[in-house]
Design a protein around this ligand. Structure first.
Ligand SMILES: [Zn+2]
Length: 317
């Protein structure tokens, strides 16, 4: 029987909270001086659960162990949504990549794209920067902080070369990678995605702890699947746009759980990133409206079982 990747010796001392899709995974690690570090904090709607997971892990650690800091790979709402709760409840510092440091200090909703993507996030205050090219000492390990643009221009990934462990955020999953958000805003980023996959291929990682899904060891296989997916998007941009719009629609329903169909369509039409996705497709569909487009995507999500419709109310499935 294959050893689950989460039981591998390379992960000894790391606690991976595998969360699902609305909340990113969280990785908790302990240093001998009683300071614990958490990588990524999940979505705001699951913040109480994140705090409970951390509290339970701290209770099982040597007395006096405290959550000293939360470090974020990037600022998407599913990775930083527990930050505010963890700052309040544990007095933890928050370290984030430098790209949007000032925007977070000022809570500039537009720069942070929470408004543009129609996502929810609670304001938090970062104390320090986690700069690419630097090292993060945490969990008795030394993590290289590597720039990983593509899915998000300012994302970082963390690599412990000694044990061969990569915390890959949304740059590489076992099956694919996160939506390439800059592409939805008219900036080309597929090349960045490819360059980061190449970088990961050169790291000689033995285990990947992704932002979503279980840790895995078949890194060559994951890279191959990711490259195939990227090639598909490159050869037909509209495939990515369509995929991204459906992901955002499904994500929205995961956030709100349920919503009357008319309201969901109105939300779609009012969300800037989804409007620009539509603007890109509109030329090929001259008689259609943004609502028609949203309905068509919604129909595909119903068909695949990702959403349900009961009496005019859309529900997450
Ligand atoms: Zn992300």
């Amino acid at each position: 029987m294959r050893t689950p990747a989460s039981h591998l010796a390379a992960l000894d001392g790391l606690q991976v909270f595998e969360r699902g899709w609305l909340s990113s995974n969280n990785v908790l690690m302990f240093d001998d001086d009683g300071q614990a570090t958490l990588v990524d904090s999940g979505h705001v709607t699951h913040a109480a659960m994140t705090a409970a997971l951390v509290r339970r892990a701290l209770a099982a650690a040597p007395p006096g162990t405290r959550l000293a800091r939360v470090v974020n790979t990037h600022l998407h709402s599913d990775h930083v949504g527990g930050n505010a709760t963890l700052q309040r409840g544990f007095g933890a510092e928050v370290w984030i990549p430098p790209g949007h440091f000032d925007a977070v200090r000022a809570w500039d909703d537009d720069a942070l794209t929470y408004r543009a993507s129609g996502q929810l996030c609670e304001r938090f205050v970062p104390q320090r920067q986690l700069a690419p090219g630097g090292m993060l000492a945490a969990g008795g390990r030394r993590w290289e902080v590597l720039a990983a643009p593509g899915h998000d221009p300012h994302s970082v990934i963390l690599f412990d070369a000694h044990e061969g462990v990569l915390i890959s955020a949304d740059a590489l999953w076992e099956n694919g990678f996160g939506v390439v958000f800059p592409e939805l805003e008219g900036e080309s980023a597929f090349d960045d995605v490819g360059a980061v996959l190449d970088l990961i291929g050169r790291l000689d990682a033995r285990v990947v702890v992704p932002g979503h899904g279980a840790p895995f060891t078949d890194i060559a296989g994951a890279l191959q699947r990711a490259r195939r997916r990227l090639d598909g998007f490159r050869s037909d941009r509209s495939r990515h746009t369509r995929h991204a719009a459906k992901v955002l629609l499904k994500y929205h329903l995961m956030e709100v759980r349920e919503q009357p169909l008319a309201e969901m369509l109105a939300w779609y039409a009012a969300t800037p990133m989804l409007r620009s996705a539509w603007a890109e497709m509109a030329g090929a569909l001259p008689d259609a409206t943004v609502h028609d487009w949203a309905r068509a995507l919604f129909a595909e999500l119903l068909e695949s079982g990702a959403l349900r419709l009961d009496d005019g109310v859309v529900r997450d499935a």
